[in-house]
Write a protein that binds this ligand. Structure first.
Ligand code: CA
Ligand code: CA
Length: 395
């Protein structure tokens, strides 16, 4: 009895550290742009090791041969006519009642003129069923299926932390759980739980049958895993600019893809969270968790869940200074590809890719990720339960 209790306490101890090492959260003021508080939460560097990922995953991606059938097809894609737009934060006409978290954040400014070329975009998020076809064809192994590398984890833990058993270092991914209302809202590791055995085929760790989840967007996929699928499909991840342009659906200057009506007014506009994040979820929109793709109306370009359901990877590195650099460099930027390297004000060692569009966990009192210009970021080696992707293709 005593022995099993000790094991259990060790497991909790290690999983607690895993939570902490995965997630770092910094509420801070970004004085360079606006006074809005930019609640920055990001996942830290890999538990597999950056070198391992760069080498093994980029090598694995290089070896993937595009599927002749898939890469010659534009089935399920929407043509998006290129054009100019003002990229960046829009304030609603009446914003007196809105919390600061519902408004544009510092890194969404300055607005700057961008032009993107024509492209095709997947009409919905890549589904688990679609991702399964890729895995079956290539035997690709996603990041979340690798056991944790103790040598890497050790670097991120207090010196002298004993090595956990091999069992405790088994592969897994982060799964969301609602928490008690006494829990601190500023620490994401309170509700993101490292769950062994969670990966794209078992995204919440409790999946019984893959047939039941085939039409859900694939999640628990890292940026590398999205790149691997893109290679096979003969497509690519969108740039951040392409994503925002597509999300706006031709409506320049509005806060959301549907206009300026607040998120909970009128008909349900996408899969978001109703209630009080991260404590309650009343699921008034019909979905407490992720919804099957196309459960909500598309935007004006015919793109489903471009706002909400799951966040989506883009190809761009994240930098809070990038918009300023573009604005200072020229009156208009053609097809911006993101900064040369990732910059995080509070963590010089972090490298993050931009994710866009918000998820089923977004709420005005938290991140308002369903806004056209909202930027979030994540370490490219990390999948999560609310992060997926869709792809684009040139002519
Ligand atoms: Ca919902
Ligand atoms: Ca989405």
């Amino acid at each position: 009895m005593a022995f099993s209790l000790k094991i259990k306490s060790n497991v909790i101890h290690i999983l607690f550290f895993l939570g902490l090492t995965f997630i770092s959260c910094h509420p801070h003021k970004n004085s360079e742009t606006t006074s809005n508080e930019n609640h920055s939460c990001s996942l830290t560097d890999s538990l597999l090791g950056k070198d391992f990922l760069e080498k093994n995953f980029m090598d694995a991606i290089k070896l993937i041969k595009p599927s002749a059938k898939k890469s010659s097809s534009k089935t399920g894609m929407v043509f998006i006519k290129g054009g100019k737009f003002q990229m960046g934060g829009d304030f609603p006409k009446e914003n007196n009642e809105m919390p600061e978290t519902a408004l544009p954040q510092g890194d969404e400014f300055p607005k700057h003129l961008v032009q993107v070329d024509d492209f095709y975009m997947d009409e919905h998020e890549v589904t688990i069923g679609q991702y399964m076809e890729f895995i079956n064809a290539t035997n690709y192994k996603t990041v979340a299926e690798y056991d944790i590398n103790w040598e890497e984890l050790k670097k991120q833990l207090p010196e002298g932390t004993p090595k956990p058993s091999d069992e405790q270092l088994k592969a897994g991914a982060l799964v969301f759980h609602l928490v008690d209302d006494k829990v601190d809202k500023n620490n994401l590791s309170n509700w993101w739980v490292f769950t062994q055995g969670a990966f794209w085929k078992n995204p919440d760790g409790n999946t019984v049958s893959i047939n039941e989840i085939k039409n859900l967007p694939v999640t628990q996929v890292s940026w590398y895993d999205a790149m691997a699928y893109a290679k096979w499909m003969g497509k690519r991840l969108p740039t951040e600019a392409e994503y925002e342009y597509a999300m706006r659906g031709g409506r320049n200057g509005t806060m959301y893809p549907w206009g300026n009506e607040t998120v909970d007014s009128g008909n349900w506009k996408g899969n978001f969270l109703q209630g009080d994040f991260p404590y309650t979820n009343t699921a008034l929109d019909g979905f407490e968790n992720i919804a099957p793709v196309k459960s909500f109306p598309p935007n004006d370009y015919g793109l489903y869940d471009i706002s909400g359901n799951v966040w989506e990877w883009t190809n761009d590195w994240y930098s809070p200074y990038y918009y300023n650099e573009l604005k200072n460099a020229s009156k208009i930027t053609y097809n911006p590809q993101g900064p040369e390297e990732s910059i995080e004000i509070n963590n010089p060692n972090a490298t993050n890719k931009v994710v866009r569009g918000g998820s089923f966990l977004c709420h005005d009192n938290w991140c308002s990720g369903y806004r056209n210009s909202r930027r979030m970021r994540l370490s490219p080696d990390t999948g999560m339960q609310h992060i997926g992707f869709r792809l684009v293709k040139d002519e």
